[in-house]
Design a protein around this ligand. Structure first.
Ligand code: DOR
Length: 315
């Protein structure tokens, strides 16, 4: 039997297949369709300090290549998450990875502090630090597009949570120096990296001749971004092998709809993978990816997920 467990900077997940942030809120709507306790983790929708209504609608658009969203970090705020959602996940037997966000480094730090000091913190395996939401701009800047801003956020979160909490920095594909930004994150306290957030796009309705989204731009996810995600994971792993980036786990996400998509990310260097957009079509996709990945590994004589991580880089 193939060992599909994943090691994230010292935290062991029962499976290397988890959900992606933003696509299943805090997991409740998945539970009707799939066993949330069998997932590597449920990654919760990014949460900020206060409740937020997000951006004006329409803020989702489907295209043949994938989905565009401009949600703008809608949510009930961190106190509601720790009071209602995290206890629910723990009672369901699920492992949580909590995605945290903020308008500035201090807000990120405070959100993270409230999560890790809450009574529900025992069920939280890691925090994912969302520095790459394309739909909120602080002075026009997505943190993850600048090494200094990325580092400032990671430093603030690390200072707020102490040394023992696993922090994954979620990276944007919309950058030229992915490795430089990743290095800034790790040097500032990230224990690992998640690649990628959505890719900024625009879709225009040719009937009305207007953009489909109220705010014009949105983050592209789904099948179109899968090769972009594989490229980003590949670049991070290659930089680690070349000694240009400290060796930290990479979580691959982007366009995973089946086991082969997940396997590509693993071969490129991902220690675990996330399923996002595909959940909308089929909430049991992670279970199917988990089973299929086991078969793919077994067929190739690999006994564990760990043995496959970065395999495509071998000479
Ligand atoms: O595509 C995204 N949409 N990425 C994020 O990080 C946040 C989300 C939103 O709420 O807009």
């Amino acid at each position: 039997d193939v060992d599909l467990s994943a090691d994230l900077a010292g935290v062991r997940l029962r499976s290397g297949v988890m959900t992606a942030s933003g696509c299943a809120a805090a997991g409740r709507e998945l539970a009707a369709f799939t066993d949330v306790a069998a997932l590597g983790a449920v990654v919760t929708k990014s949460v900020m300090l206060a409740p937020r209504s997000g951006r004006p609608t329409p803020r989702m658009a489907e295209t043949p290549a994938g989905m565009l969203n401009s949600i703008g970090l809608q949510g009930g705020g961190v106190d509601a998450l720790v009071e209602h959602d995290l206890p629910w996940l723990a009672a369901a037997g699920a492992t949580a990875v909590v995605s945290v966000a903020g308008g500035d480094p201090d807000e990120f730090g405070e959100v993270a502090r409230r999560v890790v000091t809450s009574p529900a913190a025992a069920g939280v395996a890691a925090l994912e630090v969302n520095i790459s939401c394309p739909n909120v701009a602080n002075r026009g800047l997505v943190f993850a597009c600048d090494p200094g801003s990325s580092a400032a956020v990671l430093r603030a979160v690390r200072a707020a949570v102490g040394d023992d909490v696993v922090l994954l920095a979620k990276l944007s594909p919309d950058v030229t120096d992915l490795v430089g930004i990743a290095r800034a994150c790790v040097e500032a306290g990230a224990s690992g990296l998640t690649a990628i957030n959505t890719l900024l796009g625009v879709d225009i309705d040719v009937r009305t001749m207007r953009p489909r989204l109220a705010v014009t731009t949105g983050g592209l996810s789904g099948p179109a971004v899968r090769p972009v995600a594989v490229r980003c994971v590949w670049q991070l792993r290659a930089a680690m092998l070349a000694g240009l980036l400290p060796e930290v786990p990479v979580v691959g996400t982007g366009g995973v709809a089946g086991p082969e998509d997940a396997f590509q990310l693993v071969l490129a260097g991902a220690s675990a993978v996330q399923v996002g957009t595909a959940l909308f079509a089929d909430p049991s996709t992670p279970a199917r990816v988990d089973a299929g990945l086991r078969s793919l590994l077994a067929e190739r004589g690999l006994a564990s997920l760990g043995e496959a991580v970065g395999h495509a880089h071998r000479p």
